[in-house]
Design a protein around this ligand. Structure first.
Ligand code: GTP
Ligand code: MG
Length: 449
């Protein structure tokens, strides 16, 4: 891993104006580098140098002038292009591409076992095709003098493959545990809402705004992993792992999960390595897609497209688009942006996570979009079992009416359909044969656990 130091950032675009270096510079800063020079070019890709050769000479001069320790290129470089560019630079100056840079940031921030495994997996996936290429080259070139080299590369390739399967297995185990936990949480009456969006859109700020701090402590017994620390920084990829906190939206019990931000132009293997982190988004009951509304509309559009691409196929939940940072946009501008983005972001909620403006509207919207709860009435013969079922219903749903006679208790409540099924089954056990006030359906679910 390279030492953070002064760097030059560079980018090529096929045509049009010179490339926008903002994001790659922000990424470099996020990794701890000091951006001391910028260079961009608009031309088609050169096979040998990626940039035009003259531009690479210019790059080398800039590196010497600024004493940069590395060049960060915001394009996909082939191994030869990397090598050729490196050849023109003062010796010791590294050439880093966008993915290596992102991996470096992830590596620095990975502070849980899961995150570390994901970073390791991504690194191995990055290395594998390169090792394969080397192994086949070495094989082809095998001459007496080079004996053994091909063998070495082949065993490296096998080694990488073995490590990849081992890490995948470990990650699968973690993913299974998390899936079980999600189900337990749903059974406990929680709705799972996930914050998704481009990096730096303001997800963690909104999380803090919506999270109900007081409740977290009280529920520590129930959910020991609720982590009360959420950071916000004007830096890309502040959040890497996932954080879940309880949020008070009114009548529903919501667990809100904040997670890693999306970014454009990530290769598949990198996104896949982080799949189990993204699962908390894909498997939520509702996704809040957060967009920074203070940016130019074209940028908002591009970032929205990236987010939709990342969610596409895997996501199972309804999506509510949240236009954030409205404290930085005036009303007319906001209306224009909403119109322009209508197809990608229909009926958005506009908020400021920072000032709290309109957050009430957002919580109303969360309640409205969550899968609907159903109403149920149960009539139970009075017994200890019945009383423990009543308290179970209190824990898992919203009790609307509770009435006692000498022999019976009537309870009316609202809950998610799965909870109602469970309650009916439990009622059948309490009072076999079951009596469900709305007509004996409980009997039918006795066998359904
Ligand atoms: N003006 C303004 N700034 C905001 C608002 N919400 C967030 N920010 C700022 O935007 C920056 C990024 O906020 P975060 O909440 O860390 O964003 P994030 O989406 O969690 O970012 P990553 O975790 O890096 O993907 C911080 O500097 C926040 O203070 C807002 O509503 N208004
Ligand atoms: Mg964050």
């Amino acid at each position: 891993m390279s030492e953070a130091g002064p760097v030059v950032v560079a980018k090529r675009v096929d045509s049009g104006d010179d490339a926008d270096l903002t994001e790659i510079a922000d990424l470099a800063t996020a990794a701890g580098y000091d951006v001391v020079g910028r260079l961009s070019q608009s031309r088609k890709e050169d096979a040998a140098y990626h940039f035009g050769e003259g531009k690479v000479d210019e790059l080398a001069a800039l590196v010497r002038e600024t004493d940069a320790a590395a060049v960060i290129v915001d394009n996909r470089l082939g191994p030869y292009q990397t090598y050729n560019i490196g050849g023109k630079l003062p010796s010791g100056v590294e050439v880093i591409d966008r993915f290596t840079l992102i991996l470096e940031i992830f590596g620095q921030r990975a502070n849980t076992r899961k995150a570390q495994l994901q970073v390791e997996l991504a690194e191995l996936r990055y290395e594998l095709p390169r090792a394969e290429a080397k192994a086949s080259l070495a094989k082809r070139d095998e001459r007496p003098g080079f004996m053994g080299l091909g063998e070495y590369d082949e065993s490296r390739e096998r080694d990488i493959k073995a490590q990849i399967s081992r890490i995948k297995r470990d990650l699968d185990t973690i993913a299974d545990k998390e899936e079980t936990r999600r189900e337990q949480r749903r059974e406990s009456g929680f709705d799972l809402v996930a914050l998704a969006g481009y990096t730096n859109a303001g997800k963690s700020t909104l999380m803090r705004r919506l999270a109900d701090d007081l409740d977290v402590g009280e529920n520590e017994d129930l959910h020991p992993d609720l982590d009360p620390t959420v950071e916000s920084e004007d830096r890309l990829f502040t959040t890497l792992g996932t954080t879940t906190r309880r949020a008070d939206t009114g009548t529903r019990d919501v667990l809100l999960t904040d997670t890693v931000g999306f970014i454009s132009d990530l290769p598949h293997w990198l996104v896949e390595s982080f799949e189990s982190t993204l699962d908390s988004v894909y498997r939520a009951d509702l996704v809040l897609l957060v967009v920074d509304a203070s940016e130019p509309v074209d940028e908002m559009r591009e970032k929205l497209i990236t987010c939709h691409d990342t969610l596409y196929e895997r996501n199972e939940a309804p999506i509510v688009t949240v236009l954030n940072k409205i404290d930085r946009v005036d009303d007319d501008e906001l209306a224009e942006k909403r119109d322009a983005l209508d197809a990608l972001a229909p009926n958005p909620v506009t908020v400021s996570g920072l000032t709290g403006e309109n957050v009430g509207e957002l919580t109303d919207r969360i309640e409205a979009e969550l899968p609907e709860w159903r109403e149920e009435r149960l009539l139970l013969p009075l017994s200890d079992d019945a009383m423990s079922l009543v308290s179970w219903v209190y824990d898992h749903g919203h009790v609307e009416r509770e009435e006692y006679t000498d022999e019976e208790v009537l309870i009316e409540f609202a809950a998610r359909p799965a909870i109602i099924e469970k309650a009916r089954a439990k009622a059948a056990m309490v009072s076999a044969p079951a009596q469900s006030a709305d007509g004996g359906e409980a009997e039918a679910s006795v066998d359904g656990r």
